[in-house]
Design a protein around this ligand. Sequence first.
Ligand SMILES: [Fe+2]
Ligand SMILES: [Fe+2]
Length: 168
Amino acid sequence: MDLVNELITDHWQIREVLKDLRSEKATYQRKRRLLKELTELVAAHAKGEEKTANAFARKRLKKLATLDVEEHSTLENLVERLKKTRSQLIWEARMHVFCELLELHLDEEEEEYFPELRNLLPAEESDRLAHKYHQLTLALEKKRPKLKPGLLGWLSGNPPPETFLTNY
Ligand SMILES: [Fe+2]
Ligand SMILES: [Fe+2]
């Protein structure tokens, strides 16, 4: 197994929910449900990422690993604010900000952090951490898409986002 591939597979999953959440057709009720689903995915992914990728990168890619953890905590704070928001208007505005920041976070990881991490991670360590990541993110298991090697990012006939194609 390859840690970066596992992380990107879950990014894919997160992006799919993000897409539904931002759909013009989604009602307010549906958006609230989707946001709950999304925040659970993000929380599990971020925790798994911190205990594997960031733990490994803490000394070697200090700046990127620290930025990653800081962004996770900013996203977490936004989720807490969203949970307490009763006004639909404010909730929609906060949800918009949350989605923008989350997308930016995923883009940054895929474009800057993960390529460097991939270069540094020895294959054996990557395999060990990928197993650990799976253990830590069992909550995601049921929804995790099964991607064939070499077809990473290609799921249900949907073209993968641009970044998947350029970096992987
Ligand atoms: Fe992250
Ligand atoms: Fe991530």
